[in-house]
Design a protein around this ligand. Sequence first.
Ligand code: FES
Length: 508
Amino acid sequence: MTARLDSLWADRSASKNRLYRLDRDVRTDVCVIGAGIAGLSVARCLREAGREVVILDRRGVGCGETGRSSAHVSFALDDRLCALQDQHGEEGALLAVESHRAAVDLIERWSTEAAGFTRVDGYLLRAPSSAPDLLEREAETARRLGVEVHADRVPALRIDGGRALRFPGQARIDPLAYVRGLERAFRDGGGRLLRAEATAIEDGDPCRVITSAGPHVDCRAVVVCTNVPFHRRVAYHTKQAPYRSFLLAFEAPRDLLPDALFWDTGDPYHYLRWIDAAGDAGLLLVGGADHKVGQREPDEVPFRELEAWARAHLLGLGARQHSWSGQIIEPVDGLAYIGRDIGARNVYVVTGDSGNGLTHGTLAGPLIAALAGGEDHPWRTVYDPARKQFGREWIKENANVAWQYHDWVAPAEGGGVDDLARGEGRVLRRGLRLCAVHRDGHGQLHAFSARCPHLGCAVRWNRIERSWDCPCHGSRFEAANGAVLNGPAASGLEPIDPATLGERDASE
Ligand code: FES
């Protein structure tokens, strides 16, 4: 029984991941951890600067969140330019636009034919819950920041009468094909890419990367590109929050919508794009219904809500062909943390994709290559991981995390082991202990301590993806073996012998 719904990109991909294991100690100039778009972009820029680079990844190229992206490639940022200007000032918003525009250009330059890079317009529509003048304010800010924008209409989209802002020069790609092109270029240029699970980093000169299998990497610098940093227990996790975003692909006639990107101003918001634009019929991707990891009814509700929204706002959709979800890390001020790790000498991080992981991951390339080479860069301050943020969003997200610990004193879920259906999971109380118990498709039980190894929240069952999800900072774990699917946890759930679970005790 699969723990994850494969993305459409993974299903379309013919090539397989083949990574050799790190089976001995290695010395290199820079060790990049993570082979998604951020890791490969950073590695490419470091190689172009003449550095020797080893990339480590525990699964394979694009197997994390890159391969689950909707692959909107845009510098008309969906956190909205007027919100970014409020947070970062006009100068900060200008740098954000400049750096994301440069990232779109870099992706175009680095794309192979297989990646299908295509320039398209982006359309922003106003959701009914948003302020009536939001589009006007966004257009005014965009013009001030030098972004081309036009008032337009998308009559087929029944949102606010189809009234929209149109941003020329955005793009769409196949994200998995794209990063596999980056991988080939990296290997052809002499880079090494190895399978290993990094579990700790010793900062210094040199640095050391410790792996779960034993061998280590000694290097002059480490770049952590693992979506969320696994090596810092607290520093980043109080200023960014993990969300699951849901994606559906529908058959649809090609004349239903222009070949463009679409997104609205709702909270949670919705986004649409064509997978490709060949022929009379195609696949239209519809995404959204985001919710915090581990904090939603554990069933198909997000997919049902998303499909209902799509059919209500767009007439003519065909059958649903594909469903999957991905993880988005939302920094409290809308921009990623990219640069020297807080308080570190030779460790760098890329985290907080903010739903713009492809452009944030790409712009990390030139930025980190400059900083790791001892140079400054004009984008450094706006992405500085050490920047301070204590606004309303910070308070809201951290109060939400604190509340999640109430699971340890709340009554246990109903039911026990015996009535646990195949394919299901349940958290059971045994005295003071909470146990995460899953019965697989063959009827076999798999049991773990429900205590998340990151900072001790209790994990919850994710029925859609059959995983154990932590509602505090978004770690996710395989149902069958407790292994880490998403960080920040650096190790899996602690196994329990199912035979010791016995009957429910009197304290439940
Ligand atoms: Fe932080 Fe689980 S991810 S406590």
